[in-house]
Design a protein around this ligand. Sequence first.
Ligand code: TGC
Ligand code: FAD
Length: 392
Amino acid sequence: MRPDLFEAPDYYNLDELLSEEHKLVRDAARQWVKRDITPIIEEFAQKAEFPQQIIGGLAEIGAFGPYIPVEYGGAGLDQISYGLIMQEIERGDSGVRSTASVQSSLVMYPIFAYGTEEQRKKYLPKLATGEHMGCFGLTEPDHGSNPSGMVTNFKDKGDHYLLNGAKLWISNSPFADIAIVWAKNEEGRIHGLIVERGMEGFSTPETHNKWSLRASATGELIFDNVKVPKENLLPGKNGLGAPLGCLDSARYGIAWGAIGAAMDCYDTALRYAKERIQFGKPIAATQLQQKKLAEMITEITKAQLLAFRLGQLKNEGRATTAQISMAKRNNVEMAIKIAREARQVLGGMGITGEYSIMRHMMNLESVITYEGTHDIHLLITGADITGHNAFK
Ligand code: TGC
Ligand code: FAD
């Protein structure tokens, strides 16, 4: 892969709205991506392997629990810093951002928000340093967009719970030390359980043959009469709202992350267009390529403004699920369209691993599907503005 010459586009001087802390956090993540992700990511994506050696670096830049309080090992940052970290990591690769999103918003957050003080003290500090990695099991083979239909279940056996069922498409599952698993009790109510690697009957087979998020490990979670200690139940919240509350936080991070992927594609295409000579002049001097590039920077700028305002609302505790849905949907679609256009600007070179664009484009095919598909987010907005729920 070529040297990383990335320069972040900031057409509306958004840097002026950031605090010194935001810029420090963002710049540390940006430097780390240049130093530790860009040189290796193409090779790991080609091999379809998660680069385990980056876990320590992710922890150091505060990517594991950015907004979790310092007393539990988190970075104690605000939501805009969290967003900026996700943006920078996804500028490198969506799969690396996935690992950080899952660890922070889908594993640390539910333990922090719904766990006991003992659970927080036991699990959060090790998750923050990356000594322990986690995964989040909501999706099942027959229940993706409709998680309330899940069949994974647990029965009260007096001194423990007995867990049975299966989860599919679980990021980080092949190497996770713990899994936050959503399952129904005997009354059909959804609860979160902390399942630990090594518990008898618990296995995590890897899912192979992905053309997307190849540098992220994805797998199943299989529970065959797993005995889960009673103290591993998250008591603070139950019902579908409990996992959906975690998704709010992860979807917010994705709304920022997708901007990173788009910025990288735009920056690459702009540089290439200025350097590539055809018909005796740079292709950047042709109207058709300018149209592509001008539309890209316009859409990136709009997405940046959406994410920044959402970050302010999130800091104030006022961001709604529907507002987060809109930003996730818009920004991921924006990024995937920019990746497709940017690839064309590079002509044949655009399909090679010499440049990051094709990898971003393939990654974004997962990002537009997970954490709620593009359709589901449209329906969330539709229900919010009309008062009519079209899901069922
Ligand atoms: P619905 O009837 O709308 O709601 C059920 C209950 O949940 C409450 N609720 C929420 N609570 C907190 N936060 C939210 N965001 C909430 N949204 C809804 C709601 O008030 C209700 O409460 P109650 O007390 O009345 O029972 O539920 P529904 O069955 O109609 O489904 C709604 C729908 C389709 C929007 C939802 O199920 C959905 O979002 N589906 C998409 C599934 C999804 O996003 N899965 C993601 C899996 S994890 C993942 O993809 C990780 S990828 C990670 C990575 O690698 O980065
Ligand atoms: P389906 O729900 O079967 O949807 C198929 C199609 O039907 C979609 O286009 C959808 O939009 C459409 N559709 C569904 N319902 C409706 C409706 N009511 N109206 C109109 N259209 C509809 N899950 C986890 O729990 N944890 C993870 O860590 C995780 N990581 C993932 C990593 C990757 C790489 C991928 C690809 C997925 C991951 N997922 C994870 C699962 C992800 O959240 C689901 O794939 C997603 O929610 C969609 O579910 P599905 O694939 O079963 O599609």
